[in-house]
Design a protein. Structure first.
Length: 71
């Protein structure tokens, strides 16, 4: 299995970055840059975490991390 840290942008459904950019009135490039930096207080990161939590990706990532740690 592949061991690597999960990026926040990997947890988002397709089109979410564009949706965040539109909602926060930012460019998609600025959203991508903010997701790469992943600073906790950033509105982009907060919105991305909300979306990941709503779609269940955050729970799935935690479950996979637990499985990988046990293997």
């Amino acid at each position: 299995m592949q061991d690597r840290a999960q990026k926040l942008s990997d947890l988002l459904p397709r089109g979410s970055q564009s949706q965040i950019a539109e909602k926060l009135n930012m460019s998609r490039q600025a959203v991508g840059d903010a997701l790469k930096r992943c600073k906790p207080g950033n509105p982009v990161v907060i919105e991305a975490m909300r979306i990941a939590r709503e779609c269940g990706a955050l729970d799935t990532a935690k479950d996979l991390a637990t499985l990988n740690a046990a293997a």
